[in-house]
Design a protein around this ligand. Structure first.
Ligand code: ACO
Length: 309
């Protein structure tokens, strides 16, 4: 779906969307394609690349706020579709940081020897919860999925340090009012958009830049690594201006910042794994490189990880 497509449904322009967000187009899943369907495709490709057998996967963690069902988890749907009968599967509800949160959990479980081989997925069908009458939000979001296989490493490669934090006091800056048990759907529900994403973009923007910068500084300091040592910075793709402001604040030069927001928009939990996969397949990450991922989302919640690839 291009910016020109949006010009036909809300009062907006390609020029506004491009200059304010960096987005040119986003992918919208068909009516019948679900978050679990996209996740399964991503997992198959990740398992192929990792030459991983399905019987070896013992942990499946899916970061999503758009699961196929409210019960059970999306991860259980993925487990069933892929026949991962030896695994524990569960979801992480952490908005745009869902993937990084899942990665940190998988790392902790694997480091302590509880599990050996994890699939960590970030997947969203945000088109299902975007308000296509609200020009301030609908132009931002896209659908997608990404996945990684995580396993123990015999050398020092892997997740070197991580940082996760949230501030629940800011929950109403980015939320969906209707549809949960507090404000359930009623027969009189007017479908006025209150069951779709609401975001106070300008306020979120300010917190996002400040806290993501601090999260990255935290993981670098813990590992005694300087910004100049980072081979590739892979931030959540929410807004080009946020990415550029972050990189500037952290003194990371533009050629070391991965951006694909122009093609996908903000895919929430899927954004970082999609970006990581593209960077990897394009040969922009080599074994031993330091890669930093960082994300920020509704909660508000944010997190970062330093990875030795
Ligand atoms: N087309 C044209 N005009 C628009 C549009 C649009 N699509 N959207 C908003 N405007 C108008 C507004 O109405 C406003 O007009 P006004 O001045 O007459 O009132 C003007 O543009 C400026 O609006 P702002 O909201 O101040 O625009 P801003 O520069 O802040 O950009 C944006 C908005 C892109 C949403 C930005 O604030 C942002 O990216 N915020 C952070 C988003 C984010 O990181 N979210 C976290 C992750 S998302 C998740 O967790 C699911």
């Amino acid at each position: 779906m291009t910016n020109l497509d949006f010009e036909k449904i809300v009062d907006t322009s390609d020029e506004w969307i491009t200059t304010r967000t960096g987005i040119k187009e986003r992918h919208i899943a068909s009516d019948t394609m679900t978050t679990a369907d996209m996740s399964v495709e991503a997992c198959k490709r990740a398992m192929d690349m990792a030459k991983c057998r399905k019987e070896d996967i013992d942990l499946v963690i899916c970061g999503t706020v758009t699961p196929d069902y409210r019960l059970p988890s999306n991860a259980c749907m993925i487990q069933k579709e892929l026949g991962l009968t030896n695994a524990l599967a569960f979801d992480v509800v952490a908005a745009c940081t869902g993937f990084i949160n899942g990665l940190v959990i998988a790392n902790s479980y694997i480091s302590t020897g509880l599990y050996k081989k994890a699939l960590v997925i970030g997947a969203e069908k945000l088109s299902a919860i975007a308000n296509y009458k609200d020009r301030t939000t609908c132009v931002l979001f896209g659908d997608g999925a990404g996945a990684v296989v995580v396993e123990p490493s015999a050398n020092e490669r892997g997740i070197v340090s991580s940082f996760m934090k949230s501030d629940g006091r800011l929950w109403q800056l980015l939320w969906m009012e209707v549809g949960g048990i507090k404000n359930p759907y009623t027969p009189e529900f007017p479908y006025d958009g209150s069951d779709k994403i609401f975001m106070n973009g300008a306020e979120v923007f300010k917190v996002a830049v400040k806290e993501m910068a601090k999260a990255v500084e935290n993981v670098l300091e813990k590992a005694n690594v300087s910004p100049s040592d980072i081979a590739l910075f892979v931030p959540h793709q929410a807004n080009l201006r946020i990415i550029d402001a972050l990189a500037k604040r952290l003194k990371i030069s533009p050629e070391r910042v991965f951006k694909n927001i122009e093609k996908y928009g903000n895919t929430s939990a899927a954004s970082v794994p999609i970006a990581l996969d593209e960077a990897n397949r394009e040969g922009r990450i080599k074994p031993g490189d330091y890669v930093v991922v960082v994300a920020f989302g509704g909660g508000l919640i944010w997190g970062s990880a330093l990875i030795k690839w």
